[in-house]
Every structure is written in structure tokens, then in C-alpha cells.
Design a protein around this ligand. Structure first.
Ligand SMILES: [Zn+2]
Ligand SMILES: [Zn+2]
Ligand SMILES: [Zn+2]
Length: 318
């Protein structure tokens, strides 16, 4: 990746300058109100809405934002793109809030053992979904080292969602929102594009050589599937690791197969969809170089994708 990019010009603000300019409640209010406004706001309207009586004091704070976060046109002041991104981050709650939803039962069936209900919780900006019966998808090495009882390790999946995503939604709606949000992230990230900052991602696979799932999860890697596909951003802190079967979800042949069988590849609402992308057959045919075959099932139909070490699909069989 990279190397022959276009010449890039334009200005850069040092992070400490940017955050210094933002470190004041009046300035955050200015960004919030301009973010809400349909049109540019004249100075006096903006000052009244922010609620600062002293024009000199208000002008001082507005000046700290002008140029980079806020710009002026004939009608008044409006946000520039960096100002929009700051207020989006603030309003998502991602940088200021740490809400918690304690374990809550959801009337969905586990896609591995079909037991109902499953449970979800939300903490640290992350949704955890658990089976109450089977070992789920992965146990988590940290949990085993910390002696967390097996009943609390039975994760079906994890997903990030900003705090704004849990407001005004039932726990089940939160799960739907996170499933769809995560699917968009998977489609973007498996195309080599960072879903957080858009920079190129690096990627690779970890293969468990001694994989044995006789007890549900493998005792060597603590996962249900042997092949883990990982991605890391070359620019920001984004990283992610998903099973190979989930990583292939954007494949065109697989999407065609889903649509033919009544599944919507971008709206993972149905239990059939969850079952298909989480419960597939994985066959590692060679580890060096990697060759693996993933077989997905819907009703009595199946599709098998074979991938090489670069995760190129080299064979499709129905
Ligand atoms: Zn289960
Ligand atoms: Zn293993
Ligand atoms: Zn990134």
C-alpha cells in the first residue's frame, strides 16, 4: 500500500493547539450551537444563544476557534469540517460518557446451541452478548487468567457502540443497532480501510495449529474457530480481530447466496443471518501457506469459499 500517493498540501494544527483551543465550555457551546444551526449565524445571534452577555469576552472565545474550527461568511459564522467532527465526537458521548447496562436477557436464540434467552450488557463503550448455556464463540484469555467463572465467559460476540447508540432504545434495539453498525465496520475494514480514520489497514491471520473444539472451545486458543483474521490501522489506534467466516461477509458470491436465500447482507436482523455468519464449517487445509475453506449453510443449501494466505477467494462451490 501507499508510496505513489498524490502531493498533499494544506495546513495542520498540532493536537495540543487544537485541544487547547477547545478547552473551554463557551467554545464547546459555540460549536454545539453552530452544529445545530441550519444556516450561518450572525455574531449577536450566536452570542445570545450561547448566553454570554459581554461581547468582548465572547469575541475572545470565538476568535480561539476561528480559522480552523469556525469560519465566517457574509451571513455570519458556521462550522468548518474539523469543528463538525469535534462536535460529532462530543455528541456521540464516546469521549465524555461511560454508561452501563447490566446483564439483561434478550429473547433471542443462541446461534450455536439454540438456547433462549441470550444476555447482553454494555460497559466501556462495548456490548457483550452471552449465551446462558454453551461456551459461545470465545472465552477470553484475560477472563481465564482472572478466574472468571465459565458461566460469565460464554461470549457470543462483542461490538463497539458509542454511548449515543444506547439512548432511547430498548436492549433488543441496541443489539440490532450494534449488529448493523458492526457490519458496516466489517465491510469497511475488510476492504483495507480504517472505519475510524479511513487510513490503510495492515492485516494478517493467526492460525491455531493444535485446534481442538471437542469441548466447544479449543483449549489451545480459547476460541471456537482456528483462523483469526486481524487488522490494525497504520495511522490510528483501531484494531480488530474476527473469525475468517465473518471476515468474508463482503464477498460477492456469498452476498449473492444470501440474497437468493432471503437474507439481507447489510441488515443482519434475522436469526438466520446471525447463524450463517457465526456458525459455519471451517476447514484448515494447509497452514503454511494458509489454505482454508469456509462453508456456510442456509436451510439445506450451502456455499463453500476457499481462501489463500492473502484471503483471496480462490474457489467457490455450491
Ligand atoms: Zn449457546
Ligand atoms: Zn485452537
Ligand atoms: Zn485508523
Amino acid at each position: 500500500m501507499g508510496g505513489n500517493g498524490p502531493d498533499i498540501t494544506g495546513s495542520t494544527l498540532a493536537p495540543e493547539e487544537a485541544f487547547g483551543a477547545l478547552g473551554n465550555g463557551i467554545r464547546i457551546d459555540i460549536l454545539r450551537i453552530l452544529g445545530d444551526a441550519e444556516t450561518s449565524l450572525p455574531f449577536s445571534d450566536l452570542r445570545t444563544e450561547v448566553g454570554v452577555d459581554d461581547p468582548g469576552r465572547f469575541n475572545y472565545h470565538l476568535n480561539q476557534l476561528s480559522g480552523h474550527f469556525v469560519e465566517q461568511d457574509d451571513a455570519g459564522y458556521r462550522l468548518k469540517r474539523p469543528g463538525e467532527r469535534v462536535i460529532e465526537a462530543v455528541l456521540s458521548g464516546a469521549v465524555t460518557e461511560t454508561p452501563v447496562i447490566e446483564r439483561t436477557q434478550i429473547d433471542w436464540a443462541c446461534h450455536f446451541c439454540h438456547s433462549t434467552p441470550i444476555e447482553m450488557e454494555y460497559r466501556d463503550g462495548q456490548i457483550g452478548v452471552y449465551c446462558t448455556d454453551c461456551p459461545g464463540m470465545y472465552g477470553g484469555i484475560d477472563d481465564i487468567e482472572a478466574d472468571v467463572p465459565p458461566s460469565e465467559r460464554n461470549r457470543l460476540w462483542y461490538a463497539w457502540l458509542p454511548p449515543a447508540g444506547i439512548k432511547g432504545r430498548s436492549p433488543e434495539e441496541v443489539l440490532y443497532a450494534s449488529a448493523r453498525w458492526t457490519m458496516a465496520e466489517i465491510v469497511t475494514s475488510t476492504s483495507g480501510i480504517c472505519p475510524s480514520c479511513s487510513a490503510p489497514l495492515g492485516d494478517g491471520v493467526d492460525v491455531c495449529i493444535n485446534h481442538d473444539t471437542a469441548d466447544g472451545l479449543c483449549s489451545a486458543c480459547d476460541r471456537r474457530f482456528a483462523v483469526l483474521y486481524w487488522m490494525g490501522c497504520t495511522n490510528c489506534v483501531f484494531d480488530s480481530a474476527i473469525s475468517l467466516g465473518t471476515a468474508l461477509v463482503a464477498n460477492l458470491e456469498l452476498r449473492s447466496f444470501m440474497i437468493e436465500h432471503g437474507l439481507d447482507p447489510v441488515a443482519p436482523k434475522s436469526p438466520d443471518f446471525r447463524r450463517m455468519i457465526h456458525q459455519f464449517d471451517e476447514e484448515v487445509r494447509s497452514t503454511d501457506p494458509l489454505e482454508a475453506r469456509i462453508t456456510y449453510h442456509v436451510d439445506d443449501h450451502s456455499i463453500a469459499l476457499t481462501v489463500d494466505e492473502s484471503l483471496n477467494v480462490v474457489d467457490v462451490a455450491r
